[in-house]
Ligand binder design. Structure first.
Ligand SMILES: Cc1cc2nc3c(=O)[nH]c(=O)nc-3n(C[C@H](O)[C@H](O)[C@H](O)COP(=O)(O)OP(=O)(O)OC[C@H]3O[C@@H](n4cnc5c(N)ncnc54)[C@H](O)[C@@H]3O)c2cc1C
Length: 291
């Protein structure tokens, strides 16, 4: 079985056999100024797929990797590190040909972590949170062999070139995107990663280049987002990473303000280089549908 640098294995291969340079006719350019990197928006062909849960691997007591399989994955690709797909979770058992049944089922946004479209597998990682919902209980308990619908990614924000430094932060929901950014960064990359987890027991191992520090910020029982926000608030202008920096922060939605204050105000990164996004909101189900 093939694994990739994304999940900490030594082979160093990149996600997705079908990755490559973006096709020019799919791309809308974002101005790059004099930066060594820029983003291009790529629209993807939309296909709906039905996949089978093949493997569940617990990484921490509340964080799980799922392998989804299906020859339907032929042609699947995702060229942006923070791309998302939609997974559709039927509440009753339905057959693989009942595509409308899957399409009408509750769905949630999830990051495609790694895949091999030719071999027909796609790995995702989910946090098992206490808020019930549909994605989290399915990730924890669905019997191996269960079917799930999959759509997207509808579009990708493709990085062209490389930043001089990486600032990546988030909670468990952002770990798959952070893994993908780190896999793209290259062995000589420098930067800083902050990951909010409940406590030391729930820290999710990350494979990072030597020049990138990885720091875990613990909630220790306080509400999600507060510990990471406080850590972001403590980072001063003087601590700005040198050079042209990419900033990516995704977590509970209250983190967005502190992330923007750091990256746009104190560090004065250009807006195109910064993503600060709520991946979920405390007390709100299906938050991803509206944002
Ligand atoms: C672009 C994007 C990419 C994402 N990628 C991933 C990913 O790869 N892996 C992943 O695990 N999540 C990811 N998420 C977040 C995920 O979509 C949400 O956490 C989603 O709400 C989970 O759906 P659910 O059915 O489990 O809970 P919902 O039915 O949406 O919510 C039920 C309750 O649980 C709470 N809740 C939701 N998420 C969390 C959480 N993480 N911690 C604590 N309480 C929560 C809600 O506030 C609500 O009260 C991503 C979101 C976006 C926007």
């Amino acid at each position: 079985m093939k694994e990739t640098a994304l999940t900490g294995e030594p082979d160093g291969a990149r996600a997705g056999k079908t990755r490559g340079e973006p096709q020019p006719d799919h791309v809308v350019a974002t101005p790059g100024h004099d930066s060594p990197f820029r983003f291009e928006r790529q629209r993807n062909e939309l296909r709906f797929r039905v996949l089978r849960l093949a493997l569940r691997t617990w990484i921490t007591p509340q964080y799980v990797r799922l392998r989804l399989e299906g020859m339907d994955l032929a042609g699947f690709d995702s060229r942006g590190a923070d791309d998302h797909i939609r997974l559709f979770f039927p509440s009753t058992e339905i057959g693989p040909s009942e595509v409308d049944g899957f399409r009408n089922s509750p769905s949630r946004d999830i990051t495609p972590l790694s895949w091999d479209a030719e071999e027909g597998w796609l790995d995702v990682e989910l946090t098992i949170h206490p808020g019930a919902g549909v994605a989290s209980p399915w990730a924890a308990d669905a019997p191996i062999g269960s079917l799930v619908g999959q759509g997207g990614p509808r579009g990708s924000k493709v990085m062209i070139g490389r930043p001089e430094a990486w600032f990546l932060a988030g909670d468990e929901t952002a770990v798959p995107a952070i893994r993908r950014f780190l896999a793209d960064a290259g062995a000589d990359a420098t930067g800083m990663v902050l990951v909010e987890t409940e406590d030391a027991q729930h820290e999710i191992p990350l494979a990072a280049p030597k020049g990138v520090t990885v720091e875990y910020v613990h909630r220790d029982g306080v509400a999600a987002g507060l510990a990471l926000s406080a850590r972001l608030d403590r980072i001063t202008a003087a601590e700005r990473l040198a050079g042209t920096v990419i900033g990516f922060v995704a977590a509970e939605s209250s983190v967005v303000g502190p992330a923007r204050a750091l990256l746009l105000d104190r560090w004065a990164l250009r807006a195109e280089a910064v993503t600060a996004r709520g991946y979920w909101k405390r007390g709100v189900a299906r938050y991803d549908e509206a944002h």
